[in-house]
Design a binder for this molecule. Sequence first.
Ligand code: URA
Length: 240
Amino acid sequence: MEEIRLQKYMAECGVASRRKCEEYIQNGNVKVNGVVETALGTKINVEKDIVEVFDKVIGKENKVYILLNKPVGYVTTVNDEKGRSTVMELLKDVKEKVVPVGRLDMYTSGLLLLSNDGEFIYKVTHPKHETTKTYIAKTRGIPTEKDIEKLKTGVVIDGYTTSPAKVEILLKDKKNDISRIWIQIHEGRNRQVRKMCEAVGLSVIALKREGVGNLTCEGLEKGSYRHLTEEEVKEILENN
Ligand code: URA
């Protein structure tokens, strides 16, 4: 049976950081099987022992991985202080405390992952793992070959040069001065695609995230979601 230090177990259950959990233990806020435990070295049996923090039983949640087809008009936060609709409102039967994996702007639609697995979140969001994010941007303005080359090699946004990207023009509507551009990046800076387009003089009218790694929204209505399969999760976790 799995034995684990009390503060490690508490942190893994999402109570707080390990250091903060140590404080809770030393302050007498933690009970094991109904008895206050103040010693930091205590090991508990994950399957048998009941741990309470501030008189609430804690436990590990199932790991959950959700793929949502986000419509425009929802903010990517758990709570919004301005009272706007959040992506969490679209998850009807998810009891676990999932959080968005990265973020999409309020007016960006498409693929948004949500999870309660820290390792998974890290793999998808940290640029070092190079998980690709694919977007289609509808822009006012038509890029030149030179603009596309700049987007591919890197443009400066907020004083930072973007990493190499894959970019293709899908449509040039010269009459209406509109283009559709396919852009694949593996970073996720704030409003990155909009700012990249702006850096070459294009303003984004609509933006959709088509994919993350090999995942797409195929078969999902706007506003609906599905759980990832075990293989899909494994593929992300084993990437790099
Ligand atoms: N880039 C943006 O500009 N916005 C998004 O929501 C995602 C990527």
